[in-house]
Design a protein around this ligand. Structure first.
Ligand code: IPM
Ligand code: MG
Length: 353
């Protein structure tokens, strides 16, 4: 098994370093994996003039899984769109067909009071958002800005094929089947034709999963319900843009976006694993970022791509014990609580492994 390691920009390399210590420890205990790293995002642009150089893409394509840090930096925001760091993650999703994004939002009991919502609203929350990653307004044509200054037109297109909707819906139903057996499909069928198709296909597929209860919710209402009563949801399935927005919202129910891993899978279970959070350039290089989402992303990789459930449980368990022992990086510490560094958090996870 070969893992492509793509640390990226900002806090990416620091949090990846901690995840790699965990991976090294597992290898010493007999986990048979090889690793190879490459530059991606702004770091790759600086070195090779492209955020997703051919060699990096090739490495990702040939590997069995990709462990990804984060991309993006203010320094690169003024570049033409095709050279911006974000293009790297969008390109990897598209080229490797990582269409199914699994974004769990689980509240660790130790952190139930880290949320801005009341603890009783979020305590015990265990929600899975399934987001489609290769279609929608992110990739739809036509797109662009045209016309003369003063009369310019900006266009992006919400675009979904039946096949794209169908395959993500199946992931939604299968995931619900393995969990609480409730799937809520998110759309905006009251306004958008593409979203009517989304809903029609959800309804069409439902009879194949008689044990799963399907419901539908308009995205604006879903945004409200996530704050009002998030525990009503088991699995949500959404298109690329609505899933992007709702998953950031859901992450805050848990208290810290710094805690949440994600998986982006192709049809064969190969995947790219990355923290939900971004590159956080404002805190990069200070040894204060939370490495747990990156470490938990490694756990998800062992679980979903390699089917090594016991090894994955070991990683997740080490994170849980570390939190139970009271270690907190700044993002999850309460006022007045002592704060630990990125490397101290990584070292504690390693001890607990
Ligand atoms: C995410 C991010 C990306 C997205 C950006 C960085 C392109 O927000 O993974 O959620 O919009 O998909
Ligand atoms: Mg996002």
């Amino acid at each position: 098994m070969k893992i492509a390691i793509l640390p990226g920009d900002g806090i990416g390399p620091e949090i990846m370093a901690e995840a790699l210590k965990v991976l090294d420890a597992l290898r010493r205990d007999g986990l048979k994996v090889e690793m190879e790293s490459a530059l991606v995002g702004g770091a790759a642009y600086d070195a090779y003039g492209h955020p997703l150089p051919a060699a990096t893409l090739k490495l990702a394509e040939e590997a069995d899984a990709v462990l990804f840090g984060a991309v993006g930096s203010p320094r690169h925001d003024a570049l033409p769109r095709e050279h911006r760091p974000e293009k790297a993650i969008l390109g990897l999703r598209k080229e490797c067909d990582f269409f199914a994004n699994l974004r769990p939002a689980t509240v660790f009991p130790e952190l139930a009071d880290a949320s801005t919502l009341r603890a009783e609203v979020v305590a015990g929350l265990d929600l899975m958002i399934i987001r489609e990653l290769t279609g929608d307004i992110y990739f739809g044509e036509p797109r662009g800005v045209s016309g003369e200054k003063g009369a310019r037109i900006g266009i992006n297109t919400m675009h979904y094929t039946e096949a794209q909707i169908r395959r993500i819906m199946h992931v939604g139903f299968r995931t619900a089947r393995q969990r609480g057996k409730r799937l809520c499909s998110i759309d905006k069928m009251n306004v958008l034709e593409a979203m009517q198709l989304w809903r029609d296909i959800a309804i069409e597929i439902a009879p194949e999963y008689p044990d799963v209860e399907l419901s539908h919710m308009l995205v604006d209402n879903a945004a409200m319900q996530l704050i009002r009563n998030p525990k009503q949801f088991d699995v949500m399935v959404a298109g690329n843009m609505f899933g992007d927005i709702l998953s950031d919202e859901a992450s805050m129910l848990t208290g810290s976006i710094g805690m949440l891993p994600s998986a982006s899978l192709d049809t064969n279970g190969k995947g790219l694993y990355e923290p939900i959070h971004g590159s956080a350039p404002d805190i990069a290089g200070k040894d204060i970022a939370n490495p747990l989402a990156q470490i938990l992303s490694l756990g998800m990789m062992l679980r979903y791509t390699f089917n090594l459930v016991e090894w994955a449980d070991r990683v997740d368990g080490a994170v849980k014990r570390t939190l139970a022992q009271g270690l907190r990086t700044a993002d999850i510490a309460k006022a007045g609580e002592p704060v630990c560094s990125t490397s101290a958090m990584g070292a504690a996870v390693l001890r607990n492994l």
